[in-house]
Design a protein around this ligand. Structure first.
Ligand code: ARG
Length: 456
C-alpha cells in the first residue's frame, strides 16, 4: 500500500507508478534507511513522543528486517521506494505500532539522511582504495629510484628523470584526491533529520541525539535548505570526477608506454586482453576502459548539477534523480581503482629500454646549457649556443654524446668534463631540490607521500 493512499480514491496508473518508483536503484540504501529509522525511533521513545515500549519494539523489528534482507529471506520489491518498503515491512510484522515510526519525519529529510549515510561510507571506502593505490605506486617508485627514463613535455622528450619521479607524480594526485574526499566527507557528515517535509516538525524532537546515535558531528541548519540541499552529493561527484581524470591521464600513459613503439612496460596477461582476429595482440583494455569511463563520471556530475539548477525550495521530485548518478560514479571509481592497483602490481617496466630511450631526443640539452652557465655564460646565451649545437647534431647525424670536443668548442667554452655532465644520471643527481628526481630528494618525497596518505 502507498504511504500516501489516504488522499486517493483511484488506483495510480501502472505506467505512472513504475515511472515514479525509485526502488530499483534506491534499494541499495536499505541499511542506511534502517539505521536512520532506528535512531529516529529511539529518540522518539526517549522524548516520550511515542511510548518507549513501542519504540523498542520498532527498533527490534527493524533489526530483524535488516537481518532478513541481508540473509535474503526478505526480498526488496513491490514498493514505491526503499523508505516505503521498510515501513511496509515493519507494519506487516507489528501492525499499528509500526505506523508510529514516521511521527515527526518526512521522506524528504529521511532520504537526505540516507544519502548522507551512504556517501559517508562510500567516501571512506574510496579513501582507503586511493590510499592503497598511492602506496602501491610509492612501493614501485622506491624500487626505481635510479631507473632512468625521459621526462616529456608536449609528448616530446624533455629531460632525464626517473621512473620513481614519474610514478610519484601520480601518487601526489592521489593524495589530493584523498584530501578532496576527506573534505567532501566533512560536508556530507551533517545530520538533516528533523527538517521534516520542509518546515521541521512541532514534536519536541532532539536532533542532536539522533546525530549522536548515528555518529554525525553536526546537524543541518535551515530545514528548507536541509531537505533540498544536494551540494554534498555534488562534492562527492566532483571528487570522483577529478580522481577519474587522474586515473585517465595515468591510463593514457600506460597505453602509450605499453605500445610496440615505446615498450616501456609490459602488462601482465592477467590484466590484458587479446584480439579475435590478430593473434599477436595484447591490448591494454583495462586502461582504455578507465579512460573511457571517465566520460561517464563527468556525465554523472553534469547530471546532478543540471538536475539541481532549476529547483525551487524545498524538495521536488527531480531530486530523486540524484541517486543513480552518485551510485554510478561510486561504482565506477571503485572498480577502476581496484583494477588499476592490481594491474600496476603486476606490470613489468623495462629498465634497459627506459634508459636507452633517455639517450635520444637531446634530453641532455638543458644540462649542456647549464654547463655553460657554470662557466659564467648568461643562461639565455647558453640556451642559444646549445640550440646551435642541436641543429648541428641533427644536420650531421650526431648526438651530444658523439660530438667531438673540437666540435663542441665551435659553440662555446666546453671542456672534456662536458661528457660526464650530459650523462642522464648526472642530470638527475644534480636535481636535489624538494620534489626533484635525485634519489635522495625522491626518498624524502616518498616518505612524505606515505605520511600524507595516512593522515588525510
Ligand atoms: N524516492 C524519493 C527520492 O528519492 C524519496 C522522497 C520522496 N518524497 C516525496 N515528497 N515524494 O527522492
Amino acid at each position: 500500500m502507498k504511504l500516501w493512499h489516504g488522499r486517493f480514491q483511484h488506483e495510480v496508473n501502472k505506467a505512472a507508478d513504475s515511472f515514479n518508483s525509485s526502488l530499483s536503484f534506491d534499494k541499495r540504501l536499505y541499511r542506511c534507511d534502517i539505521e536512520g529509522s532506528k535512531a529516529h525511533c529511539t529518540m522518539l521513545g526517549e522524548r516520550g513522543i511515542i511510548p518507549k515500549s513501542d519504540a523498542e519494539l520498532i527498533v527490534k523489528t527493524l533489526d530483524e528486517v535488516l537481518a532478513d534482507i541481508e540473509s535474503e529471506k526478505c526480498v526488496i520489491c513491490d514498493a514505491e521506494d526503499i523508505h516505503s518498503f521498510v515501513e511496509n515491512e515493519l507494519v506487516s510484522r507489528i501492525g499499528a505500532t509500526g505506523k508510529k515510526l514516521h511521527t515527526g519525519r518526512s521522506r524528504n529529510d529521511q532520504v537526505a539522511l540516507d544519502l548522507r549515510l551512504y556517501l559517508r561510507d562510500a567516501a571512506d571506502d574510496l579513501i582507503s582504495l586511493l590510499r592503497a593505490f598511492a602506496l602501491t605506486l610509492t612501493d614501485i617508485a622506491e624500487r626505481n629510484l635510479d631507473t632512468v627514463m625521459p621526462a616529456f613535455t608536449h609528448l616530446q622528450k624533455a629531460q632525464p628523470t626517473t621512473l620513481a619521479h614519474h610514478l610519484a607524480a601520480y601518487a601526489e594526485m592521489l593524495c589530493r584526491d584523498i584530501s578532496r574526499f576527506t573534505e567532501a566527507k566533512r560536508r556530507i557528515n551533517v545530520m538533516p533529520l528533523g527538517s521534516g517535509a520542509c518546515t521541521s516538525t512541532p514534536y519536541p524532537i532532539d536532533r542532536s541525539r539522533v546525530a549522536e546515535l548515528l555518529g554525525f558531528p553536526a546537524v543541518t541548519g535551515n530545514s528548507m535548505d536541509a531537505v533540498s540541499d544536494r551540494d554534498f552529493a555534488l562534492d562527492f561527484l566532483y571528487a570522483c570526477s577529478v580522481a577519474m581524470m587522474h586515473l585517465s591521464r595515468f591510463s593514457e600513459e600506460i597505453i602509450i608506454w605499453s605500445s610496440d613503439d615505446y615498450k616501456y612496460v609490459e602488462l601482465s596477461d592477467g590484466y590484458s586482453t587479446g584480439s579475435s582476429i590478430m593473434p599477436q595482440k595484447k591490448n591494454p583494455d583495462m586502461n582504455e576502459l578507465i579512460r573511457g569511463k571517465t566520460g561517464r563520471t563527468y556525465g554523472d556530475l553534469m547530471t546532478l548539477l543540471t538536475v539541481m539548477k532549476g529547483i525551487p525550495l524545498a524538495y521536488d521530485k527531480d531530486m530523486q534523480e540524484d541517486k543513480e548518478c552518485v551510485f554510478d560514479a561510486y561504482d565506477t571509481l571503485r572498480a577502476c581503482l581496484v583494477v588499476f592497483d592490481g594491474l600496476m602490481k603486476e606490470a613489468v617496466f623495462d629498465k634497459k629500454r627506459l634508459r636507452e630511450c633517455t639517450e635520444g631526443g637531446f634530453t641532455s640539452a638543458t644540462e649542456c646549457a647549464d654547463y655553460l652557465v657554470g662557466k659564467g655564460v648568461p643562461f639565455r646565451d647558453a640556451h642559444a649556443a646549445v640550440g646551435g649545437l642541436v641543429i648541428y647534431c641533427i644536420k650531421s647525424g650526431k648526438t651530444l654524446k658523439t660530438l667531438s670536443l673540437e666540435e663542441y668548442r665551435r659553440f662555446g667554452d666546453f671542456d672534456e668534463d662536458i661528457y660526464a655532465a650530459i650523462e642522464p644520471e648526472t642530470a638527475i643527481l644534480r636535481r636535489k631540490a624538494d620534489g626533484a628526481p635525485s634519489p635522495d630528494a625522491m626518498k624524502k618525497e616518498i616518505a612524505d607521500i606515505r605520511r600524507r596518505v595516512s593522515v588525510n
